[in-house]
Each structure stands twice: as C-alpha cells, then as structure tokens.
Write a protein that binds this ligand. Structure first.
Ligand code: ADP
Ligand code: MG
Length: 625
C-alpha cells in the first residue's frame, strides 16, 4: 500500500498560516507599517481603498531592499531581524518572525517597488497567491512601496467573513493610530478613498496626540514621567473631567509595542481613585520602557499581550506614577459631573422663553430633562386621550405581563403617533375630572436611579435610564423613518472640533443626525458648526458632549452591524437619555412610565437591559411569612 503522508506545498502552507497572521485588512496595515518603521523610515504614507478590501498601500522612505532581499522577503521565516535564538530575548524591532509578507503574498495580489539608497535602479515584483508573476528593475524613489490588492481574493470564505466597510475601516484606524502614537517623530498620513484623514508631521508626543485626538485634547493632557533602574514610564493621562463613557483613547506601549492589559489598566484607573465619575474611562497613553530580558513578547503575533517578569512591581509603579502626575497638576474633580445641587428642589416647568435662549447649553440648569418647554404637542387632546386609554390598558394588563410574551401587550395601531417626552405631564397636573390618573399613587424614586410604582397586581420597579433609552430609541427610529423633526435654533451657534477620524465619521452621518433635529454644518478642518439641536434637548445637556457621546456610542455599536439608522437611534438614545443619579420629580417619573408603555417593546432597553421588574402582592406577602 502506498504511503499516505505528504508535505503540503508551500503555497497551501502559507495560506493556512496566513489565517493566523492576517485576519482582516487592519492586520495587513499593521504588518506593513511596522516593516516600514523597522526599515528606518521617517515618512510613512498609508493609502486605503474600500476599507482595505480593494487596496492597502504603504509608502515608506526607509532603507529599501536589494533585488535578492526583495524576493527573499516573501519566503516564510525570512527575516533580517534576528539571526539566532538568543536574539529573541533582545528584540527591539516590531517584526521578527518573518511571516507577514509570506502570509500576505499567499492571500492577495502584491506589488512591491523598492530601492536602496546606494542603488541606482530599484526592483519591482508582482506576486499573486505566493507565485512571483513579474520581477523587473524599475525607477522608484528610495524606500519601499507595497500595494496589496484584493485581500483574500483566493480565500472566498475569508473574504465573505469581512465586516462592513465602516467596521473594517474602524480597525484600520485603530492600528494606524496606535502606530502613529508610538512613533511621534515619524511623519504619517492616511488616505481613505479620496480623502486625507490624517496628516501627522513628525514631532513631540503631545503634538502627535493632538493630531490624533483633535486640537481640543491639548487641555486634557497631564504628563506622566518617572524613571527607576528597572523601567521608565512616560506619556500622558487625561484629566478626570474629560473621561469618556466608552473606552477607546487608552493606550499602553511596552518598548513601543502596543499592548492590552487588564492588569495595567486596573493599576492606572485605580490611581484616579474616586476622581472618575462612575462608568467613565480616562484617556491614557503610557509608554513603558523596560529591558527586553524582563518581558516575554514571544506570544501569539496578534494577541498584543505581554508577560512581565515582575508584574506587581510594574503595577505599583504605574499606579504611583499616575497618582503623582495627577496630584502635581492639581487635577481636581469638577462638581457638576452628574447633577446640579438645585435639582433637589422641586422645579417648576420652565417657561418657553428660557428654554429657547440657549443659555442653559453648558450644563443642565435646574430644568428637567423630561419637561421640555416647547408645548407644540401638549395641546393635542386626541393624543392625550389615547395615551390615557393606553395607560389604563397597561396598568390593567400588567397582571399578564411577562417578558416572554411580548406580543400580548404590544400596543395597538392607535399608538402610532410619535412619542414625545413633553406631551402629557402638564395636563396631568391640571388633572381632568374623573380620570383614573387621580387614583394613582405617585411613583417614588429609589437611589435616584429606580422608580417604584404601584400597579394593580402589586408593584413595579423601573430602571429610569433603561426606560428613557427605550422611549428615545423608538422615538428616534420613528423620526428617522418619517423624515420630520423639530430643531431648536441656537441663539449662539457653537463650534465643535473633533479628532480627524471622528470628524470623518460625523461627515458621513451628518444627514441622519440632522434628521434627528440637529442642525450641524461642516466647517472644514475637522470643525463643525452647531446651529441647532433637537428641540427636546435644547438647554438640557451640553450639546457638544451629546454629539461626542453619540459618535462614541455609534462606533461602539459598529461591531453589531445594525445599519445606520438603527445605530444612530441607539447611540442617540444612549447619549440623550437621563442617567442614573438624576433626581426626578413624581410627574416626570409618571411621564416616563406612561411613555414606556406606549412603546412597542417596553420590556427591554435598546441594548437589551430590562426596563422594569414587577412583584405580585402575593409574592410580597409570602416574603413576610
Ligand atoms: P519580519 O518583519 O518579521 O522580519 P516580514 O515578513 O514582515 O518579517 O518581512 C520580511 C523581511 O522583509 C524583513 O525582515 C525585512 O528585511 C524586509 N522588509 C519588509 N518590509 C520592508 C520595508 N518596508 N523596507 C525594507 N525592508 C523590508
Ligand atoms: Mg514584519
């Protein structure tokens, strides 16, 4: 019988290995950019078409390669960076495995043009699926230009597995930013399709961070710099009042290599102690320089993990250094994170004039989030009647309520009116004779976060933030599908400058966002003018923060592949909703409850949190036995 075992042909072996190194366009971007840096380039340009699916091109002015090296570079385990196993423990370059180019060549169409300083002519190679198609001398500037076309062209399963362009582009942006931050002395640019997204001249780290995060970030940065015999720390941390609702602007680099570490993150965040509002994440860019002998980076190439010889030491050192930096720069928590002290007093409905002056833009100024002043909808008697009827339905129907049986309680077609926050509660106060509203017990707030209310069968506890998110979400979805909205013009337009990547995103989303009632115009140079905000937000929140938070949320949702409208509705609901910790008046709570049960899916917040739980009287009685 014939023997069965054969060696795999190189092309197939490379293709299999490529799966590990190159998972998506962003992984190729990382490998190519790191090669450019290892080659000593002072200028690195990245050109992307179609989120990297059509083209990834990296142009560098580094050392270039000889004709033989250019060919060799595409062989597996071909590297100029280590020569012996001992070298492994002293690695200072980004690459060292000699796998990247071989992997990329196995799954894409690659063209390389490269010339060394000392050579008159360069070399051009075209490789497709690991096979060299063309090799010829060529005229080219010193350095290397690699173009990768049609990534995964011969691995359809992988190609189909790629996410939408915004998601893939987001990953590319992340890689680009990490590398740009780690090498502030090098010029970088990023072009996507036909626009230049980043243009970052070489300079100091602070300048680089401003280039990446936007000019407004300058005032947020607190420098960190400490040194011992074992390690050196430097970089910046963000002032606590600028902490964001999502992670993102958080970077650790160990010997200039980006890493992720929950452990170090914990050390850093704990340095802030109670300066950070709950649920927020500080910006940080921290470089840790340590003798390569004391770390192990020979882990999986894509894992971005690292092992320290003495983790505890690094932990403590980081914590103390950041604490020190924050203390030195006298960073104090600002008082108005969550609420204004005047909130604890009962607040009257704000007169219209006040709401429309735009005075209250900077922070909530004693008005309530729910009781927007514009009375447009409140006189709508038919809506009122329908809401009241609905209210009764809900409260009577609550006996059968149960999160599994959504269909049962989905409101009927008479509730197709868009939900408004401001419509009902004034009238409720004015109480109509004979309405059931009169008999209701007023809801109560627990810990400024939950609403307790009585229902026929017992009691119901609602999560105010989840409830408001649900209400706003359905409302925004409706507005986006109807193409109508109410904008409140600002007396004084405000300008918003964003980091280049966010500016690009906002440009893309301008149309649907304006549809929600914003009036935002592009102003060039990553700056936007806000002429108006949705009427119900006017004067309630800092609109710049709302927009920033909207973008953060939107990016966070990208992985979910929601579609633009759905994503924007979610992101906006999340940004505009009242938060835990906000004191609510009984009538505001009642409005929330009423509007929640006018929603199509009152049970869950858009992100899947329960909006309320109920407890039967019987159950309650049992608890006391
Ligand atoms: P590694 O970076 O791990 O050595 P790669 O497959 O990424 O492996 O690259 C193989 C070799 O090709 C490198 O060691 C380097 O000698 C050469 N090389 C790759 N890219 C460039 C570049 N942009 N400029 C000069 N040399 C390069
Ligand atoms: Mg490499």
């Amino acid at each position: 019988m014939a023997d069965l075992i054969q060696l795999l042909p190189d092309a197939i072996a490379n293709q299999i290995a490529a799966g590990e190194v190159i998972q998506r366009p962003a992984s190729a971007v990382k490998e190519l950019m790191e090669n450019a840096i290892d080659a000593g380039a002072t200028e690195v340009k990245l050109v992307i078409k179609d989120a990297g699916k059509a083209l990834i091109q990296v142009i560098d002015n580094g050392c270039g390669m000889s004709e033989t090296d250019a060919r060799m570079a595409f062989e597996r385990h071909a590297t100029s960076k280590i020569r012996s196993a001992q070298d492994l423990f002293a690695i200072r370059t980004m690459g060292f495995r000699g796998e990247a180019l071989a992997s990329i060549a196995a799954i894409a169409q690659v063209e390389i043009k490269t010339r060394r300083h000392s050579d008159e002519l360069g070399t051009r190679l075209v490789i497709e699926g690991s096979a060299i198609k063309i090799q010829e001398p060529c005229q080219c500037p010193q350095g290397t230009t690699i173009s990768i076309k049609n990534l995964f062209f011969n691995v359809p399963a992988r190609r189909n597995f790629l996410k939408s362009n915004p998601v893939e582009m987001r990953h590319i942006n992340d890689e680009f930013q990490r590398i740009a931050i780690a090498n502030s002395d090098i010029f970088f640019s990023l072009h996507h399709n036909d626009s230049e997204i980043f243009h970052l001249p070489g300079g100091k780290l602070r300048q680089r961070l401003i280039g990446v995060f936007g000019s407004h970030s300058n005032k947020k940065l607190v420098p960190v710099a400490e040194e011992t015999e074992v390690l050196r720390l430097n970089g910046y941390v963000g002032k606590p009042e600028f902490a964001k609702k999502t992670r993102g602007e958080q970077y650790f680099f160990v010997n200039n290599r980006f890493i992720k570490s929950h452990y170090l993150n914990h050390a850093l965040v704990s340095a802030y102690e109670d300066l950070l509002p709950t649920g927020t994440y500080p910006l940080y860019v921290i470089f840790i320089d340590i003798d390569p002998k004391r770390i192990d980076i020979n882990v999986h190439p894509t894992k971005q993990e690292i092992k320290f010889e003495d983790e505890r030491l690094v932990y403590n050192y980081l914590r103390v250094s950041v604490r020190h930096a924050l203390g030195q720069y006298n960073v104090m928590p600002s008082l108005d994170f969550e609420q204004d002290p005047t909130f604890s007093q009962p607040t009257p409905i704000r007169p219209r004039s006040e709401a429309s002056t735009g005075i209250g833009n900077v922070k909530p100024s004693g008005g309530s989030n729910l009781a927007a002043g514009h009375g447009e909808a409140s006189s709508d008697a038919s809506r009122h009647a329908s809401n009241l009827k609905h209210w009764q339905d809900v409260y009577e129907g609550l006996d059968e309520f149960d999160a599994e049986s959504e269909a049962q309680a989905t409101p009927g077609p008479e509730h197709e009116e868009p939900l408004t926050l401001e419509s009902d509660w004034k009238e409720e106060q004015g109480s109509m004779p004979g309405e059931p509203v009169q008999e209701k017990k007023k809801p109560t707030q627990l810990h400024n976060s939950y609403i307790l209310t009585q229902i026929k069968s017992g009691m119901m506890l609602l999560d105010q933030q989840a409830v408001h998110e649900r209400i706003l979400y359905e409302r925004y979805l409706h507005v986006l599908s109807q193409q109508k909205s109410t904008t409140q013009k600002q007396l004084f337009p405000r300008t918003l400058s964003l980091p280049p990547a966010d500016a690009e995103l906002l440009k893309e989303l301008l149309e649907p966002i304006n549809q929600l009632g914003f009036d935002i115009q592009e102003f060039g140079a990553n700056t936007f003018v806000i002429n108006g905000v949705p009427a119900e937000l006017a004067g309630k929140q800092d609109d710049l923060k709302t927009i920033e938070s909207l973008l953060e949320q939107y990016k966070g949702n990208l992985e979910l592949n929601l579609g633009t409208h759905e994503n924007i509705a979610r992101a906006m609901a999340r940004s505009a909703a009242i938060k835990k910790g906000k004191i609510l008046e009984p009538n505001e709570m009642q409005t929330l409850i009423d509007q929640l049960f006018g929603c199509e899916v009152p049970y869950l917040s858009p992100s899947g949190k329960r909006c309320f739980i109920t407890m039967e009287l019987e159950e309650l009685a049992k608890r006391f036995e």
